[in-house]
Design a binder for this molecule. Structure first.
Ligand code: ZN
Length: 339
């Protein structure tokens, strides 16, 4: 395991928070400290405070478009095999800027402030080892990290072929809780558009097609039961989609002391919409990943931000989401397995 001591944040306060397993407060403390010591990061968070947004209401949910020029590199990142191979991995600890300090979580993850934020507080949690982005092997860790950071933050996973800007290095993101509209809209979406496949004292699993997205929603206080359900979904979805190295998905995961985990899985058909590849003036540079599908649509170019309307969002969301036939075929197969 590669650990570069200069990038581990050392502080009595942090160490005491960590020894009490209070990672949410430790992350908050790290964030303030990094704002004070890392000018480039502070400038980007200051810019985010005055960011322009516009909101659109759909049946049962809200999408908020955020004009965020700081995200241009991430939105347009080349993630094909050759481009990834030719660049230096920006998540490997030895390549981090000297100003960037992190907190170790368990023995194998490091939590870092994201210097190109979408959330008011935005973190990257990456594995200390350079290993590919794969959810089937790391889903349990996602749930565990979600619980550790839960009082303040929600976690996000982007698949290697649908939004992860480092498909070669396992990482999650964490951001300010309830910042994404779907976190508050999901129960309403479930009531209005959900098909409940299983609901008992252990777990609730529902399929939601709200006309924009294809969502599987899992709620439970039992970590093992969620993992079991997820692996079942993964297996069926993998076979159905045939996409390598992993069936396309984005995940939003949150935890509540009373209700346990809420896991929102977006099933995908495409990495980027056609308008992403068009030439101006038809081009719209939006590359949807978990945060966008969760209702904060990042638009790094002003001309796109001005143009985007309800119809454009509707088209992009439908285009990148799994088609209805496959979605319901997955639901049918899963229902048989859950019986
Ligand atoms: Zn790496």
């Amino acid at each position: 395991m590669k650990i570069h001591a200069q990038n581990i944040f050392k502080d009595v306060q942090i160490e005491s928070l960590i020894s009490n397993n209070n990672y949410a407060s430790a992350a908050d403390y790290l964030f303030d400290s990094q704002l004070n010591s890392w000018e480039a990061m502070k400038n980007n968070y200051d810019a985010l405070k005055n960011v322009q947004t516009k909101s659109f209401w759909f049946d049962g949910s809200k999408l908020k478009v955020q004009f965020n020029p700081g995200r241009i590199k991430s939105t347009s990142a080349e993630v094909d095999e050759k481009s990834v191979k030719d660049r230096q991995c920006f998540l490997c600890v030895e390549n981090l800027p000297l100003e960037q300090k992190g907190i170790k979580i368990r023995d194998d993850f490091i939590l870092l402030c994201n210097p190109f934020p979408i959330f008011p507080q935005h973190f990257t949690i990456s594995l200390l080892n350079h290993k590919p982005q794969r959810i089937s092997e790391s889903f349990g860790e996602l749930l565990e990290l979600t619980k550790l950071l839960s009082p303040n933050y929600t976690l996000v996973y982007n698949g290697p072929a649908c939004g992860a800007s480092a498909p070669d290095h396992l990482h999650f993101q964490a951001g300010t809780k309830n910042f994404m509209p779907i976190e508050t809209d999901i129960q309403l979406l479930k009531n209005d558009f959900g098909i409940i496949l299983r609901e008992d004292e252990l777990i609730t699993t529902s399929f939601i097609d709200d006309g924009l997205r294809k969502i599987i929603f899992i709620e439970s206080t039992d970590k093992k039961e969620i993992e079991k359900t997820f692996q079942l979904i993964y297996k069926i979805y993998e076979k159905l989609s045939g996409v390598k190295p992993e069936p396309m998905m984005n995940i939003i995961s949150s935890f509540d002391l009373e209700f346990g985990w809420s896991v929102i899985i977006f099933l995908r058909n495409k990495h980027r919409p056609d308008c992403f590849y068009k030439k101006d003036p038809e081009k719209i540079l939006i590359s949807p990943a978990a945060i966008d599908l969760g209702g904060i649509v990042v638009s790094p170019r002003e001309e796109d931000f001005v143009r985007i309307d309800k119809e454009i969002l509707n088209k992009i969301f439908r285009e990148v989401s799994l088609d209805q036939k496959k979605f319901f075929s997955l639901a049918k197969k899963l229902k048989v397995e859950l019986r």
